[in-house]
Write a protein that binds this ligand. Structure first.
Ligand SMILES: Cc1ncc(COP(=O)(O)O)c(C=O)c1O
Length: 384
């Protein structure tokens, strides 16, 4: 059997690779796991109760409508309408099995092998991987000051083959929130060049700002060039139930739905019911969790203020700290291995998110307890 070179050239999942290192540990000291960006806490009671109830309903095992349960499309359209300036119709919402699948179906609907896409560096690795699987050439836009990308600089990366530009805000791995005027600059760029601006808003509830993340939806013509992607995984702590959404114009939804039909037919019904229960009954819970995680970020920044062991926070936000490590003489994979085996700290190497080794690691503080964060500086300070 022979496999696709596009797939065999890819690295294994960086999260899986980090977890494989844990199996090599011989220390007894409990591990500080700063690797994963998925909530490790249970969902709200109302969500759990609804999940159990759905399992007993006669249609629980049936395919849901392909674009998603109408009640969920409606409730999410309302949630977006109240969170942004501008009205979103339920027809603009395509429910997917998570935001990763939303990106995949949208990117496949937009591109053919040989086309090009622009990702902002450091990028979310699954975006890069999917585009490569699809045979799309990725051009990387290095961000400017404060890790904010510049739409004018992006213009120089656009060719007649470019089909999409992707922004992730707040970013994974940087945590940086892209200011609304910059997002609008990218939307104008997309409109001028007849391409799609795909905005992954997985972490929008975890911003420090309470105003709307952008005002793109208030432009009557937004759907000509903008597709916004969402996840229910973090907002309602249901990553395993796989539910997310793509929000776009009629044509974008129709084209993406063809791809979704082949991959999954529809997002799982039970995950959609869980997301719907969250939207209807766990909004306060969602705000409380977001506040709790913002407090963890403050504690993380305080813990890192004196740059323990020479580790320096370059940016933070949402779930993440993007941190420079002190050993530019070593490959970052080696540093991550030493951290886990000798210092009991599990991090993701920055090389999962960048083309070159820039001596960076990603520390995800959102799953730690406050007392675990207080232990972090002394562990990092042990690092030679
Ligand atoms: C930027 C970004 N997009 C998408 C996802 C995946 O979200 P989902 O669980 O909804 O597929 C993640 C998860 O870590 C992420 O960081």
């Amino acid at each position: 059997m022979r496999f696709s070179e596009r797939v065999s050239e890819l690295v294994h999942s960086p999260i899986g690779a980090a977890h494989a290192l844990v199996g090599l540990r011989s220390n007894d000291r409990p591990l500080l796991d700063l690797s994963q960006a998925a909530p490790s806490f249970p969902p709200a009671d109302a969500v759990v109760t609804r999940i159990a109830q759905v399992a007993t309903e006669p249609d629980s095992g049936r395919y849901p409508p392909q674009a998603g349960l109408p009640q969920l499309r409606e409730a999410f359209a309302e949630d977006l309408t109240s969170g942004y300036e501008g009205e979103i119709s339920p027809d603009s919402v395509l429910i997917t099995a998570g935001c990763n699948q939303a990106f995949c179906v949208v990117a496949s609907a937009l591109t053919a092998p040989g086309d090009e896409a622009v990702l902002v560096a450091p990028f979310y690795f699954n975006h890069d991987m999917w585009l490569k699987i699809e045979g799309v050439k990725v051009r990387y836009l290095n961000p400017g000051q404060g890790l904010i990308p510049d739409p004018q600089q992006a213009q120089s990366l656009i060719t007649e083959k470019t089909k999409l530009i992707t922004l992730v805000t707040p970013g994974n791995p940087t945590g940086v929130t892209i200011p609304s005027d910059v997002i609008h600059g990218f939307a104008d760029l997309a409109a001028r060049n007849d391409l799609a601006l795909v905005v992954d808003e997985t972490y929008r509830s975890f911003r420090n700002e309470s105003d709307s993340a952008h005002q793109l939806f208030s432009n009557m013509d937004w759907a000509k060039n903008v597709i916004s992607l969402h996840s229910f995984s973090k907002d309602f702590a249901i990553p395993g139930y796989r539910c997310g959404a793509a929000v776009g114009g009629q044509l974008a939804i129709t084209e993406a739905l063809k791809v979704l039909d082949c991959i999954a037919i529809s997002a799982p019904r039970i995950g959609q019911e869980a997301a719907l229960a969250g939207l209807l009954h766990a909004q306060e819970w969602r705000l409380r969790q977001a506040d709790r995680i913002k407090n963890l970020e403050q504690q993380f920044l305080e813990a890192m203020r004196k740059e323990p062991g020479g580790f320096k926070v370059e940016s933070s936000g949402a779930y993440f700290g993007w941190v420079k490590h002190p050993r530019s003489d070593l490959p970052t994979e080696e540093v991550v291995k030493k951290l886990v085996l000798e210092h009991d700290v599990l991090a993701i190497p920055g090389t999962a998110f960048t083309v070159n080794d820039d001596s960076m690691i990603r520390l995800s503080f959102a799953n730690l307890e406050p007392q675990q964060i207080s232990e972090l500086p002394s562990r990092l300070a042990e690092f030679p």
